[in-house]
Write a protein that binds this ligand. Structure first.
Ligand code: NDP
Length: 316
């Protein structure tokens, strides 16, 4: 069995991956992308997008790998793979407890920051005793989450455990403990209308592109805040900036952008109502994700469905 590591992260992963494969009884060769020989022996490709020097993502040609059984993404976002016309095998996205923990922690931290108004005290160390700025209990705060998948659901549960009134929206109908679930266009309108804090954990697909736009922003309550950890393309930047300027939205915390790295001249950097974080909400954790990849290879070899199998037509 040959596994091709089509990524520039091999030095970080090689040891953990080999160990994880070995622990499952799957001794395997990993070798780097530059090796062009023996393409017919490659059964699995472990993939992450690699950027060219001009910042664009290198489009890979998978057509020479005739015996591929799956491409396993190191990331949860797979828009680079689902759009690739040369790919004719199953795509598996990263579902991993390390990645999930990271996202839950990041979303909870930024929700609490907004909910408690923490900035007003941290930035107000000027000798003024602001006793009137008091935190509200979480139970009085409505949080909406767009996307109830492997990252959205645990985030919803964690916020619910803290007491928040949590509402969630997904493509298919769901029934989750203590979370009010919505779906479809009507559901989107309803959840936006009640979300004081809106967390976006959707994948970027044809359907979700610019889902946050002039119209959908107008459904949100005045002074609401947005936290986007999904993808930059989910938001129409112009609409968001105008909503912030008009005072309709109070704040946006953005981890992902239409262009990454976010150009130094982008208006988001200078806007006091925007917090920019550099796509660090949840990083793939080498140790745990190596185990997840090895487990998925084992499942595929056994003829079972891997965790995180992508529906390439839906795009996620
Ligand atoms: P999943 O595929 O597990 O879940 C996606 C969720 O979005 C599902 O609930 C799905 O609905 C919902 N959804 C998809 N399309 C639509 C639609 N058209 N209308 C309504 N709901 C929709 O993804 P993950 O939770 O694993 O990851 C979500 C995204 O987070 C990734 O795609 C990636 O872009 C981003 N991400 C960002 C990171 C960061 O560091 N900022 C790190 C990791 C991921 P249903 O349940 O009905 O299928």
């Amino acid at each position: 069995m040959r596994i091709l590591f089509m990524s520039d992260l091999l030095t970080f992963y090689e040891e953990d991956l080999k160990r994880s494969l070995f622990e499952l009884g799957l001794p395997a060769f990993t070798f780097s992308d530059v090796v062009a020989e023996k393409v017919d022996e490659v059964e699995f490709i472990i993939y992450s997008p690699v950027q060219a020097s001009d910042g664009t993502t290198i489009e890979r040609d998978f057509s020479s790998y005739k015996n591929l059984r799956a491409v396993l993404s190191l990331y949860a976002g797979v828009e680079y793979l689902t759009k690739n016309p040369t790919l004719n095998c199953p795509v598996v996205k990263m579902v991993d407890e390390g990645l999930t923990s990271g996202m839950v922690e990041w979303c909870v931290a930024h929700t609490l920051r907004i909910h408690l108004g923490i900035d007003r005290h941290i930035l107000g160390q000027d000798g003024t005793w602001r006793k009137n700025i008091k935190p509200l209990l979480a139970r009085y705060r409505k949080v909406g989450i767009l996307g109830l998948g492997s990252l959205g659901q645990p985030t919803a549960s964690a916020l619910n455990l803290l007491g928040f009134e949590v509402h969630g929206w997904s493509r298919s109908e769901k029934d989750l403990d203590n979370i009010s679930c919505y779906h479809g266009d009507d559901g989107l309108k309803k959840i936006l209308a009640m979300s004081e804090i809106l967390i976006i954990l959707l994948p970027l697909t044809k359907e979700t592109f610019h889902i946050i736009n002039f119209k959908t922003l107008s459904y949100m309550p005045k002074s609401a805040s947005i936290i986007n950890a999904g993808r930059g393309g989910l938001i129409n930047d112009k609409a968001l900036l105008e909503s912030l300027k008009a005072g309709h939205l109070a704040h946006a915390t953005l981890d992902v952008f239409n262009e990454e790295p976010l150009p130094a001249t982008h208006p988001y950097w200078l806007n006091p109502k925007v917090t920019v974080t550099p796509h660090i909400a949840a990083d793939t954790v080498v140790e745990t994700s190596s185990r997840s990849i090895a487990k998925n290879i084992q499942l595929i070899i056994q003829g079972d469905t891997p965790l995180g199998l992508v529906d390439t037509v839906r795009g996620y």
